[in-house]
Design a protein around this ligand. Structure first.
Ligand SMILES: [Zn+2]
Ligand SMILES: [Zn+2]
Length: 123
């Protein structure tokens, strides 16, 4: 992977303790979290996959082709599924993520707040 990490184990450690599963529901055998997306066409993204709820979990890192599904959003716009090919459950545009939406909203408000006050000392 051209833009992937040189040392996947070290990089994973630096990402921190928590990875959230990006798949919908809880009926899948293996959980998955995207580590790094790829600009290649067709994309091959880097995923962390794990099984089990208790420590130690069984984990693996895999480069997986992107899900080819997309839906049209008007004449020239499309939403592409951001999950990997043949993922379980529904496509990404059908998944609601209230925590992710809240974090994005707070980041946006923080960006607006800083942008509106460019002359202030950051300290
Ligand atoms: Zn999961
Ligand atoms: Zn999909």
């Amino acid at each position: 992977m051209e833009h992937g990490p040189d040392n996947a184990a070290l990089w994973l450690y630096e990402l921190g303790e928590y990875q959230l599963c990006e798949l919908a529901g809880d009926g899948h055998a293996e959980h998955a979290s995207m580590l790094c997306n790829d600009d290649a066409r067709p994309p091959q993204d880097l995923w962390l996959l794990w099984t089990g709820e208790d420590e130690p979990r069984k984990t693996r890192i895999a480069e997986l082709p992107a899900c080819p599904a997309a839906i049209n959003r008007g004449r020239t716009n499309a939403w592409h599924c951001i999950l990997f090919a043949e993922h379980p459950a529904v496509h990404s545009w059908e998944i609601s993520d209230p925590l992710g939406d809240l974090i994005k909203q707070q980041a946006k408000e923080e960006a607006y707040r800083r942008f509106d006050q460019p002359d202030q000392d950051p300290d």
